[in-house]
Design a protein around this ligand. Sequence first.
Ligand code: CO
Ligand code: CO
Ligand code: CO
Length: 313
Amino acid sequence: MQDPNLIVGFERSDDAGVYKLSEDLAIIQTVDFFTPIVDDPYWFGQIAAANALSDVYAMGGKPLTAMNLVCFPIKTMDIEILKNILRGGLDKLKEAETTLVGGHSIEDNEIKYGLSINGIIHPNNILTNSNAKVGDALVLTKPLGTGIINTAIKGGMANDKVIAKVSESMAALNKNASLAMQEVGVSACTDITGFGLIGHLCEMVRGNDFGMVIHAQKVPYFQEAREYAQQGLMPAGTFRNKEFFSKWVDPASTMPPFISDIFFDPQTSGGLLISVPREKADSLLIQLRGKNVPEAVIIGEVVAEPKEKIIVF
Ligand code: CO
Ligand code: CO
Ligand code: CO
């Protein structure tokens, strides 16, 4: 028997779990952790925290408290590295006005860091990933391609300028984007992470009475991601995403190979993907610009046909 107070569980792969505490209050819970994606420990800490907080922002909620999860080879690695990771995480939490209340660390051969976040929301204001409406515009708030660029970083192929640019993007909170959409009132939202753009679009259409059109030329991505993709650089997750989600892509779609690589690219701490009623799309974009989310653009719309499919032109 399912607990009636569990409003959002894991059956729809939504961003976070939501549990009703009273008629006007629900708690949002989420956890995320991973191995370093950039070499600089302070940036890694910031990115891990921004990524963990993002699921609360994607639900339209306000993060309140956080707990650290740490795996670290304490016997063989300099403790300063760990201190800098944790400092990065803490600085991001401060920016998010979220309180660190504790955590847990274990000894491990490989560094892993992330956080569990608790947030709050009014039960009527929850934004799931499945509630888009035909006619809605789809807005994306950060450029794609971080997975490809992280692969280049690991391979020692990215220069400092590229590393700085992509680190800054991944460490940017989705807080302001979330506040903007809460202000305007939108239909649905998710954040782009491991499934890539196409995978998260699939989660939005799956089991629903609509499909989505994506205008490939409108979708923002890092130019370097195109260059690296054309050199054959790709994270393993891209292949998994293509294998799993390709059946939801309408065969009438046209995607040059590098666009396909970027659209299936697993993102770390990607942007929000927002489904907004057409008549509110302009005010959402104005709000996003006013809140310093300049890269947000309309990338497509929700359509009646083809149902449960993504069509890319
Ligand atoms: Co998410
Ligand atoms: Co997550
Ligand atoms: Co959501």
